[in-house]
Every structure is written in structure tokens, then in C-alpha cells.
Ligand binder design. Sequence first.
Ligand code: ATP
Ligand code: MG
Length: 594
Amino acid sequence: MLASRMNISTLREDPSEAEIASHRLLMRAGFLHKSGSGLYLYAPLLKRVLDKVERIVAEEMAATGALEIVMPILQEQALWEASGRWAAYQASRTMLTVRDRGGMTFGLAPTAEEVVTDYASHVVKSHKQLPVTFFQQHTKFRDEIRPRFGLMRVKEFIMMDAYSFHASDESLDQTYQAMRAAYDRAFRRLGLEAFAVEADSGAIGGSGSHEFMVAADVGEDTIMFCPESGYAANVERATGTIPVAPAWESAPEAPLITHTPGVGTIEQVVGFLRAHGHPSLVASHLLKTVLFVAKTAAGSHSVAACVRGDRELNEVKLTNALTRLLTAEGPVLQLRPMQADEVRDATSAEPGFAGPVKGLKVAFCLADRTLQGRAPLATGANLTDHHILGFVLERDAAVPVAFDDLITIRPGDGCPKSGKPLQEKRGIEVGHVFKLGTKYSQAMKAEFTGADQKLHPFIMGCYGIGSSRVVAAAVEQHHDADGICWPTSIAPYQCVVVPTKTGDAAVEAAANQVYHELLAHGIEAILDDRDVKPGVKFKDWDLIGIPHRVVCGRGVAEGLVELKARRGVVENAPLAGAAAAIIARVRGASTPAA
Ligand code: ATP
Ligand code: MG
């Protein structure tokens, strides 16, 4: 490719709206063009990178025996009604919908379990056809609340989504492991350091799931991990052992209602009680009650959730715990904190004084397991400006309490496997694998004839890789002060040949020679034939991130050129061997250029 024909459009300045390196560099280097709010045009350089990502992912999927298909992006409402997910996606407003001229409503694919389950029910009739996996790489739409960070979180993106169908749980387990291994291979080939963590299944549902994370400070996910045992889980799901609260020595033996004027927050209550007869009181001696409204397909429920005063409530865990409590009603579609007037109705008090004591009017009260046992605590009294001290939840609660795991694990809590302190890091979710079980097949009556000649619902798994997010994650992991440092496997081009003296016949001939030799060997090469200063050329290629460079300059007179890997040092090499050296480097590099 001739650089003069590439429409190179690098920017000197960082675009003001770009907060993270991948967004900034992809914009500056001309890979991305902002086409609207949260909408991006993939420029020619990006198209080449994305094609390579998709090819590697497709090859690894195909290597597991998965079959590639293309599903429609427009998905009929009726299909989503059949699975029961239409209501959930409407409630969370995740799905963008459109209407055709006949008034029929369609969802724009946020994922495709319904469409593929319907397909399998038509083409897979017998257990002899199982297991089978279908996958596609296609545009997905999600009406994200906060699209940001360029390609990282957009309303329209590209996902590889795969769906497997099985006759038994063992068969699902096998494919699930095969997919995890395929992901490992794909991410390695993509030059990404990704690792699997236990994850929440979210709106997709199912019994088990792992996310694949790329460690990065700008990642939106928090991962708790233990270097000792290898345990790693998204904080949405992480479990662990929580240090026991020290005893509250001065707690009254029986519940004692106490005037606590104007103190609503945990810090205020601790400060007040410390100054009024309880100098050793700490936040873990408080019981914090948070009030929510939970929506299911059947209606809305008021919910109180109790956690120890020094800990944060985990809303994902609470949603799952409620879904378990409300099995008959289907999943909790939405969980939102009560507004002030709703709190007043539920507690007959100002916000800040709620507790699982007399006067609490909620449909469900859940409490974290750390509150089980007989330690006395201080709780809101459902009376403005009052708390109850010496309250023992299991002894004194005025409402039925269901115990569950509701707390957000934090660094220092004990690893559930080794007991050693957990550590925290940030990650970018690039892929996700789920065991779905029969959630979709049962709802949609997608069945096969088993060896017993009876009909059974398919047991399913599903697997997603955010191909376009992978591109952004790769830049996060591979860049420096000068620009992007693409892993060779996904670089838009592998090598650039830069003549530094335009008009010098020998230099131009040398550059041409190397360039054509590279092309002849299938190397994706660029010849920088632009009439600009060498410094401008080098800056552009560093920014764009081409992994290998051959510079033809003054040395050509002595038969020498310069070779340089994007992050390497300049080496002199004979002109005659330059192309061969680059070919060897490109072929040898499945990982980023050093
Ligand atoms: P997130 O938690 O980041 O919102 P998710 O868990 O909702 O993602 P999945 O349903 O697991 O996403 O989708 C599979 C993959 O698709 C994700 O692992 C991610 O790589 C990609 N993806 C999801 N949402 C987006 C988005 N808004 N923009 C770009 N990629 C996305
Ligand atoms: Mg996910």
C-alpha cells in the first residue's frame, strides 16, 4: 500500500472528549471517526484490525467444531415474549426497538438466544445431532445508560456470539470447557493478556458463568483475586470471609430505644453514640437498612435489605437473592432504591431511621449472613431521630428475615478457597461464557427426541466476545507515549518502509526493492512515498502503531538500511537481507513486537 493513497488523517492534538488511551489514540491516529453521540465510523485502518480480530476469533470457534451462521438483527417481539425476556429488556430499557410500516415491533439484537433457540428447534430434532454449536459475528445494539470510552462502551458494537445445544449437563460442561480453552487461545493470538473470572449471569441468566478480563486501570469492572489459590471473581459475585466485628461491650442487654437527634448516616450515628456513653462503638456495631422497590413480571415489591454498618450492600447479590425468594414470579427485572416519600411510607419516619423493627412495612426483609448470630447492634427505630440499641436481629426482628449473602467483598476479606486476604484489580470485560441450562428451551418449547424416544428441552450454553471492544482493550494494553503498539497479529499493516530522502534515486530504489520483496512474500507492507519530512513520517507510524519499520536513508550508499520494531531499538542491516529479516520477524511474532 502506498502511504500517499491511504488517506492518512492523524491529529496532532488529543480529542477533548477522549478520557482513556484507547479512545484518544484510535481517534488521533485516524482509526475512528465520531459520527454522532456514541456512534463511530470505523475508518479503513480500523476495518483491517477488526477483520483480523474477527478472523482469529472465528478460526478458534470453528476449531471447536462450532458452525458459523448469520442471524437477523431485527428480532420479532413475539420471540422475546416466548422466552419471557421482552419484559426484562423493556424494564431495563436495554433493547432498542423499531416498528415497521405494519405496526409490528422488533427489537434490535442485544444478544440472540431467542433467535438461535428457535432455529435449533427447527433443525435439531434428535439427540444424534447433539451437541451442536452455532456462532456469528454481527452487530449488537444496547441502549447503554452511559456510552463512553470510544469503542469500549457503545450503543452499537460487534460481538461474536455462540450458542451450544446439548442432551446432557456433562456435554454442556465439555463444550463450556472447550469454549474457555478456545477463548484462551484466541486472546493469546490476539496479543491480549486475558484471564477468566467467576461472574454474575445478569440478564442472560443461567447457572454458571465466567467473564474474560483484560487487566487495565481504566477497566469498568472490579475483580477480587487471590494470588495464593488462583480464585478470581467479579466483585458483583465475589464471596469471601468477612472479619468478625469486635464485641460491643457497652451494648444494652435488651433493646433500648434511644433519642439520636438529626443523625441519619452511619458516620453520624457512630459519632453521636460514641459521644453519648458508647466510646468503643464502631460502624460494624450498626445494622444498616436499605430500602428498595423490586419489580417482577407479576408486580412491584417493597424490600428492606440489612447489612453491617461498616459494609456495602451488593445490589447484584440482592437482585439474585430476591429472584431466589420469588421463584414463582420469575426474575427481578428492576431494583431501585426507594425515594424519600416511599421511605416515609414504609417506616413512618424520615429517611435514615429505618430498621427491621416495629413499624417496618415491607413485603420482604433480607439480611446479610454476617448479621446472623446473637451480637447486639444498633438499628434505626422506624421513628424519626431514634435508634434502638442492643438489638439482636434473630431475637428481636419484627418482620420475617431471610438471610443471604448480600455484602460487597473488598480487599483484605478472606479468599473463599485459601482464607488469605483478597486483592483487587480493575479489568475490561472482553468475553463472557454462560451455562444457560434449559432457561430458553423450556420457555420456548425447543425440544429434541432423546435416546428414550421422549421429548426433552435442549440444555444450552452461550458465549460472547466483544470483537470491537477487544480492539480498544488491545490498545489499552499496548501503547506508549508515542502511540499505539499493535500486536503483529492484529496490526492494520505489518511493516512500513520509509525512504527518508525523496528525490534521491538510490534511496527510492532501495525502498521500492524492500517494499516489493515484502509484498511478494505476503507481508502487509506500506511504502511511505509521501513528500513530507522524515520526522513527520516517523511520528505518524509510531502513532498508528505499525509493528515493523525499515528506514532507507543515507546508509543506502553503503548498502545499509535501518530496521526497527515499534518498541525496539534501531538496528543496521544489509539492504539485501532487510526484507528477509522482516519476514522472519512477522512470521515469528504471534505476540506483540518487542
Ligand atoms: P458490560 O458488563 O460491559 O455491560 P455485558 O456483561 O452486558 O457487558 P455480555 O452480555 O456479556 O455483556 O456481552 C458479551 C460481550 O460483548 C462482553 O463481554 C463485551 O466484550 C461486549 N459488550 C457488551 N456490551 C458492550 C458495549 N456496550 N459496547 C461494546 N462491547 C460490549
Ligand atoms: Mg457480560
